[in-house]
Design a protein around this ligand. Structure first.
Ligand SMILES: NC(=O)c1ccc[n+]([C@@H]2O[C@H](COP(=O)([O-])OP(=O)(O)OC[C@H]3O[C@@H](n4cnc5c(N)ncnc54)[C@H](O)[C@@H]3O)[C@@H](O)[C@H]2O)c1
Ligand SMILES: [Zn+2]
Length: 372
């Protein structure tokens, strides 16, 4: 695997541990931020391989002081006692800031975000704002955070139920990808990350899409080349448009409707992964692309069949349906209240900032409900 360089930082897929030691050597204090699963499944190996001897840790607690990504621990798998997304908020930031103070963090400290997208987004946000900012590293431990969440400098938390409403842009010192950490991920979390790989393929690279259509299950042993390709594609976009003024909006494909769904589920304390919501969003936005560009039924059916291999249908009852529509009108990517979409001219080629009538959005959701 090749290491990937951006102007301000590198993403290491190879020789991670030597490079990590090099990146952290000048800091007075090292703090490792985790959630309970990355604490259980990744910390020990991380400490052995990194050979870090002097460090502090912060573990984000859940309401009962513990957390587990394995749904076997709950009787109702739709409720979310174990989803980190519900802790991605200013209350948890306050807990992290308190811990920074308790541990004596200062502007010469380094935070290592060892966890999924929630740990990376929220830890990065806390490090970027505490004492007007100290350095941080992302060490993503989920597929989603490896292929997407850790790359591109977006940091933040949800507010009043709205996704990532409060946040900043700031780059990490470096990012380290260690695919062995994916071995403990539940299948559902793997699928979630796979949705973002599909997004990168559908919007940016037909060859990657072609490769995905040859697969009928996610084989962890075959993932590393896809992770690398996905990161390279995202890197090319964020380098040309770091602050999402133009081209970076391509990466919002599936997210206008997807975030609307995720927000509606979150408010009801129902479990949905980011990737599950985005996959449903991509299906509906493919339908909008079909309406916009007059794609054929066969074009649509071929795409649906690919999604069916990986993503079961999610529930969009009338109550959720109405709320999704409201959420879309409030999306932070809108100009005024007008929802804007990224749509597929063809697979691998998109246009963005497209206005779509609200009636078509309703049609797209109804299409998902009846035809997927
Ligand atoms: N900043 C960005 O550009 C960007 C891009 C995409 C997504 N995101 C954000 O990322 C978040 C989603 O990230 P995520 O899917 O990683 O969710 P997550 O952080 O909630 O992690 C998913 C689950 O996996 C568990 N986990 C983490 N590492 C594990 C491991 N190695 N083994 C077993 N379990 C493990 C976590 O505890 C959690 O239960 C969302 O909040 C989304 O908005 C940000
Ligand atoms: Zn996403």
């Amino acid at each position: 695997m090749k290491n990937i360089r951006l102007p301000n930082y590198s993403i290491y897929l190879d020789d991670q541990w030597n490079n990590l030691r090099e990146s952290i050597k000048d800091y007075s204090k090292i703090i490792i931020l985790m959630d309970i699963n990355s604490r259980i499944y990744c910390l020990e190996e991380f400490l052995i391989l990194s050979e870090i001897k002097k460090y502090e840790t912060i573990v984000i607690p859940d309401k009962d002081g513990n957390c587990c990504s394995d749904n076997k621990t709950t009787s109702d798998t739709n409720k979310i006692p174990n989803c980190m997304e519900q802790y991605k908020n200013l209350d948890t930031c306050q807990f992290i800031f308190d811990e920074f103070i308790r541990l004596g963090a200062d502007r010469h400290s380094l935070l290592i975000n060892l966890g999924g997208g929630v740990v990376c987004d929220m830890g990065g946000f806390c490090a970027a704002t505490f004492m007007r900012g100290f350095d941080f590293i992302h060490f993503p431990t989920t597929l989603l955070s490896q292929v997407d969440g850790s790359v591109g400098g977006k940091l933040g938390v949800n507010f009043k139920g709205y996704k990532n409403l409060v946040g900043v842009f700031k780059d990490p010192i470096d990012i380290f990808i260690f695919d062995k950490f994916l071995e403990s991920l539940p299948e559902r979390e793997l699928r979630s990350g796979f949705a973002e790989i599909i997004k990168h393929a559908m919007t940016l690279n037909y060859n990657l899409w072609d490769q995905i259509t040859d697969m009928d299950k996610i084989d962890i042993k075959l993932l590393l080349p896809l992770i690398e390709k996905s990161i390279v594609l995202k890197k090319q976009i964020v380098q040309t448009d770091p602050f999402e003024k133009g081209k970076r909006k391509i990466l919002n494909f599936g997210h206008t409707i997807g975030h609307g769904i995720e927000t509606a589920y979150l408010k009801r304390q129902l479990r949905i992964t980011h990737g599950e919501a985005v996959a449903a969003g991509m299906i509906m936005e493919c339908y909008l692309s079909k309406l916009y560009y007059n794609h054929t039924e066969e074009w649509m059916e071929k795409i649906l069949n690919e999604f069916r291999k990986f993503f079961p249908k999610i529930d969009l009852s009338d109550e959720i349906y109405n709320e999704v529509l409201e959420n879309i009108k409030l999306d932070k990517k809108n100009i005024g209240r007008e929802p804007l979409f990224t749509l597929l001219l063809e697979v691998g080629n998109v246009e963005y900032d497209l206005k779509v009538p609200i009636g078509s959005i309703k049609d797209a959701i109804n299409f998902y409900r009846t035809d997927y």
